[in-house]
Design a protein around this ligand. Structure first.
Ligand code: ADP
Length: 264
């Protein structure tokens, strides 16, 4: 039973307990984001991250050509190497792959992204961000079949060979769909989708696959991306999607036991 686990990159996420939990399993793919690390690195390089809000209210990173360097350094450099190292120390034969490796994540450039600026809709210029259109699942299967654990993260690659930044939650969804995974876990720094962001008790516990959109009005910022990812995974046939906490003891087992927002 293949599972795909996406680990968050924002402040508050702890990789250690997730990795310790994973070390007891086989047959999984780990997908990582890295927004926190990108922001830290870009700050220390004197090139602060830029974000924009789309007319529908989704916040996205503005990856111009200069910022793409930072994305690659943070994602494929620091975060992925550290995850592979830490899994290796736990006895797991992990292999880090960006979307460019073996053409793993093929993306289409987002055409004409639009942003709200001072109440007006404007076009976002020089945005090297994309949407994953194809996952070369055969590469993942070869690795899994040989006992390796793929650790996958942005950027993706376009058909013309351009690096494109992609959302890691949606990458995880597409990887799960491409592998025909049974379960997708989106682990983050909160316990699930909350009706009231400040009240952990207000979580959506169980949502049917046709009702995923009903959570959208409650979500802001990047939680909206997770809901979108869950919707894409459900539409692509993933049996069960859990948005759950990475900060509890044994986070993977906790999420698999259904503690979180479960979509099935
Ligand atoms: P990660 O890096 O773990 O993927 P993100 O920062 O991208 O996490 O997304 C999780 C964040 O989404 C939460 O920390 C919270 O601040 C925010 N959020 C917005 N709306 C909601 C909601 N309705 N329920 C839970 N979290 C929400």
């Amino acid at each position: 039973m293949t599972i795909v686990i996406k680990i968050g990159g924002a402040e508050g996420n702890e990789a250690g307990p997730v990795l310790a939990d994973l070390a007891r399993r086989t047959d999984y793919v780990l997908v990582h984001g890295g927004s926190g690390e990108i922001d830290r690195l870009s700050g220390s390089m004197g090139r602060p991250s830029k974000y924009y809000t789309s007319p529908s209210g989704v916040v996205s990173r503005h990856t111009d050509s200069e910022h793409m360097d930072v994305v690659v350094l943070a994602m494929a450099g620091r975060i992925q190497t550290e995850l592979v190292r830490a899994l290796g120390a736990l006895g797991v034969r992990a292999v880090g792959l960006s979307g460019a490796d073996g053409g793993l994540l093929i993306a289409r450039k987002k055409e004409a992204s639009r942003a709200i600026e001072d109440g007006r809709v404007v076009r976002v210029k020089d945005d090297r961000s994309g949407v994953v259109e194809e996952v070369r699942a055969d590469l993942l299967r070869v690795l899994l079949g040989a006992g390796y654990v793929p650790v996958v993260g942005p950027p993706a690659i376009s058909r013309t060979g351009e690096l494109l930044n992609v959302d890691a939650d949606r990458v995880a969804a597409q990887v799960a769909v491409a592998l025909g995974a049974e379960t997708l876990l989106l682990l983050t720094n909160v316990g699930g989708v909350l009706r009231d962001r400040h009240d952990p008790e207000s979580r959506f516990d169980s949502v049917s696959r046709d009702a995923v959109d009903s959570m959208m009005p409650y979500a802001e910022g990047r939680m909206r991306k997770k809901i979108l990812a869950a919707k894409e995974a459900a539409a692509g046939g993933v049996g069960r999607i859990v948005i759950a906490s990475s900060t509890v003891p044994e986070p993977v087992e906790h999420a698999l036991a259904g503690h979180g927002t479960v979509i099935e």
